[in-house]
Design a protein around this ligand. Sequence first.
Ligand code: NAD
Length: 280
Amino acid sequence: MKIPDGQLSLTLNTGDTIPQLGLGVFKVDDDVCEQLVLDALEVGYRHIDTAMIYRNEAAVGRALAASGIARDEIFVTTKLWNSDQGTENTPVALQTSLELLGLDYVDLYLIHWPAPLRDDYVATWLALEELHAQGLAKAIGVSNFEPEHLEKIMEAGSITPAINQVELHPAFQQRTPRAFQEPLGIITEAWGPLGQGKYELSELPGLVELAKAKGRSIQQIVLRWHLQEGVVVFPKTARKERLVENLSVFDFDLTAEEMDIVAAMDINKRVGTHPDDGNW
Ligand code: NAD
């Protein structure tokens, strides 16, 4: 896809590009989501991360249609919910998402959680491979997969996931799973890139000082760190001024020493659900 001037992108294992920064719409109610996505598109976002379970795909779809922006200039991700896993349910779920989004295809379709107790994620992956072959999902990937889950789908399937979307923020940097997946060409997406507001970023050692030295907000420093780490981010905000703030991270760099300051903030602090426990 065409990447907006000045923004950064990564190349997926399909050969397509993905804008490295987008907007996530978890916990954005359907009635405010349409305007939020329109605002985001207006200020320059071209990548939206939603999911069936967020119950706002229809609002995202209305915003995409109202924006008048060409389809191939916007990267849209949605995710398959756990109860839709399995050979028969998976194609129906994607069709429903496409109808809600008003799209012929998604740029990226993810299995939301492995849900290992359901024991259906391998069959689900094979179903995603089929949907990719049909052109309904330009790229396919997973979310919240641990290396053992990735190994199982790659053994059974013939496509390497383009993406694994996992919890990742300065206090929880996922070095071990990243060292497994990234050499395989699987790009890491960071959910909760700002820690979901579940801890005070300002209490991370050295972050306030670093932000002051760079003349940026602490959130901008964290987002810039993610970009330079080579991961994809889509911070969520419902406020227009923060949409602009979060997107304004392409005009400065962190030095190697400044990257090291953030790297040292990792205390293995998970704020969300462990992948083995996401069996809802
Ligand atoms: P996040 O880390 O993006 O944090 C969101 C919080 O940060 C909100 O409370 C918001 O008010 C605040 N915030 C955002 N920008 C700010 C700024 N500039 N200044 C001050 N505060 C700011 O957490 P998230 O929304 O959970 O994660 C981002 C996206 O990741 C989601 O919207 C969703 O698309 C995705 N996600 C995926 C999964 C998954 O299981 N795959 C789970 C959670 C989230």
